[in-house]
Ligand binder design. Structure first.
Ligand code: NAP
Length: 269
């Protein structure tokens, strides 16, 4: 448990926080003192475990269910987020709807949820391309749009991209393109939101040990090859990314915006 409590009094929403990198981010932000909305799409049990773990460690969190990349996803996220926040604040009741008392109800938005596995150009199909763009790029944009009226000045937006937008990654072209769109969103928003003291940054992981790339680690040889892509000769851990996000979520990063922070352990330098 980190006792620095740099985020005491802050409210965060982390998408895709039931497992993988998102889980590590949610737990780290809660350790730092934030009240965390643990968003999930399908991993309900896992998300409840994350909330329970955070509470067990003295932190505060609540689950936020909503599938992303489908019509109405943004409204569903914030309806669940607002309800969870009201419950957490002991306000009770559902009256007033999702839009009630939204101002000042968010400080940190981490767009982490994502899907991968689109294949090379020869295997590209419009439906998969649309899915990549819907979950990895469109949903973050409209989550930010809905988050901004809620967000206090001095807020933080962190987008989890990928090394795939900075190095050629032809084996998953639609995925890489969707992360490129996310990087461009960071740049545009950083300029627009600077006047409010809101910083917007991208974190770009390399290979991190989660379900997303499990198919690349099925043999010891494959694991070793993946580890060897990093100058540190190991596969990244979710906490390697979460610690970078915690810095970007904190006041220490106030003079950094519009940036892509490589968190790949020096992959393919
Ligand atoms: P993961 O273990 O596969 O987890 C993906 C997360 O995204 C899950 O929490 C999942 O939630 C959520 N998600 C996916 N589709 C969703 C949808 N339609 N609606 C709602 N939630 C959805 O992957 P990860 O490695 O933690 O990835 C997290 C982020 O890091 C992604 O943006 C990914 O592109 C990026 N990244 C990962 C790596 C890596 O090597 N692992 C490398 C570079 C970038 P549910 O299970 O609840 O649906």
């Amino acid at each position: 448990m980190d006792n620095r409590r740099t985020l005491a009094g802050k409210i965060a929403l982390v998408t895709g926080a039931g497992r993988g990198i998102g889980r590590a981010i949610a737990e780290r932000l809660a350790d730092d003192g934030a009240l965390v909305g643990v968003h999930y799409g399908h991993s309900a049990t896992a998300a409840q475990e994350v909330v329970a773990e955070i509470r067990k460690n003295g932190g505060r969190a609540f689950a936020v269910e909503a599938e992303l990349g489908v019509p109405g996803d943004t409204d569903a996220v914030f309806a669940a987020f607002d309800a969870g926040l009201r419950a957490e604040r002991g306000e009770g009741g559902e009256e007033g709807g999702a839009g009630a008392r939204v101002g000042g109800s968010l400080d940190i938005l981490v767009n982490n949820a994502g899907v991968s596995g689109s294949g090379p150009v020869s295997q590209a199909v419009p439906e998969v391309f649309d899915r990549m763009m819907a979950v990895n790029a469109k949903a973050p944009l409209f989550l930010v749009q809905a988050a901004l009226p809620r967000m206090r000045d001095g807020g933080r937006i962190v987008n989890i991209s990928s090394l795939a937008s900075r190095r050629a990654f032809p084996e998953s072209i639609a995925y890489a393109m969707s992360k490129g769109a996310l990087d461009t969103m960071t740049l545009c928003l950083a300029k627009e939101l600077g006047g409010r003291g809101i910083t917007v940054n991208t974190v770009g992981p390399g290979f991190i040990e989660t379900n997303m790339n499990a198919r690349r680690r099925t043999t010891p040889e494959a694991r070793a090859a993946l580890a060897g892509r990093s100058v540190f000769d190991r596969i990244g851990r979710p906490s390697d990314v979460a610690d970078v996000v915690a810095f970007l979520a904190s006041d220490d990063s106030r003079w950094i915006t519009g940036q892509y922070l490589d968190a790949s352990g020096g992959t393919d330098l």
